[in-house]
Ligand binder design. Structure first.
Ligand code: TYR
Length: 254
């Protein structure tokens, strides 16, 4: 006989992947600041991934981001920065966006390197945007992640698509008294050559050139680094190995 009053079987609930949780936190912070959230193609062409970002074929920076090439000459994007180009070709300034998505590097893997990982890219373009706006934005993100007393640090660095360029770190502390500078990502003021490449693409598509003389900043960071510290995950490869002993710990709480 069927007893309809028996309690049901409790099926285990799923949960959000730690990278999704970190993205959610970051995206809430940027939505609060008025940013639009966009995504873009993982299969890119050389022009958007490199050329238009001021990385010509002979540039040594191409070696910094070892690339998976497809047989048809396209590639797996090595960063989310090509979406800066795509978005500006389709939209006029002023604009404020963050881009979330997967990126790929042809690299040996180890505890801190994966061939696939994620980035959050930011781009702000308008009139009179300055490095102070960039610093304030990164500091606001750090406060959103780590509370009102969060500290940020900037060091000069080089990325072909910005000038000046910088790396930024956030002071990270946990309740057990562990603390350190967490190197989070790169940033800088959008290089005029990037605006020129965007205007060239716009012109070729029959659109107005609107980026000359504009100013803007951009940044890119890796949610894996935040998640490894936040959840005490010692090896980046655990995120994508689908081992239930790891991911099972993220069940249920959303
Ligand atoms: N695209 C860079 C990388 O993947 C990160 C970055 C993004 C640096 C935007 C600067 C910047 O303005 O390494």
């Amino acid at each position: 006989a069927l007893d309809v009053t028996l309690p049901g079987l409790g099926l285990p609930a799923g949960g959000l992947h730690p990278i999704s949780r970190v993205y959610d936190d970051l995206i809430h912070i940027y939505e609060r600041m008025g940013y639009a959230v966009v995504e873009g193609p993982e299969v890119e062409d050389e022009h958007h991934n490199f050329e238009a970002l001021n990385v010509p074929w002979y540039h040594p920076a191409r070696d910094l981001q070892d690339t998976f090439w497809l047989e048809d000459g396209r590639l797996l994007r090595t960063h989310t920065s090509p979406m800066q180009i795509r978005y500006m070709v389709d939209h006029e300034p002023p604009l404020k966006i963050v881009v979330r998505g997967k990126v790929y590097r042809y690299e040996a893997t180890d505890a801190t390197h994966e061939a696939m990982f994620h980035q959050l890219e930011g781009l702000v373009v308008g009139d009179g945007i300055s490095m102070a706006d960039l610093k304030g934005t990164i500091a606001e993100m750090a406060r959103g992640l780590y509370g009102p007393s969060a500290k940020v640090r900037f060091q000069p660095s080089y990325y072909p698509f910005v000038e000046p360029g910088a790396d930024f770190a956030v002071w990270w502390e946990n309740p057990r008294g562990e603390s350190k500078w967490l190197e989070l990502g790169g940033c800088g003021m959008v290089h005029p050559n990037v605006f020129r490449a965007v205007d060239d693409l716009r012109e070729a598509a029959g659109k107005e050139r609107v980026y000359e003389g504009k100013t803007g900043f951009a940044f890119g960071l890796g949610p894996e680094r935040i998640a490894m510290l936040k959840y005490g995950i010692p090896d980046i490869r655990y995120f994508y190995a689908n081992d239930p002993r790891v991911m099972g710990q993220f069940r249920g709480e959303l």
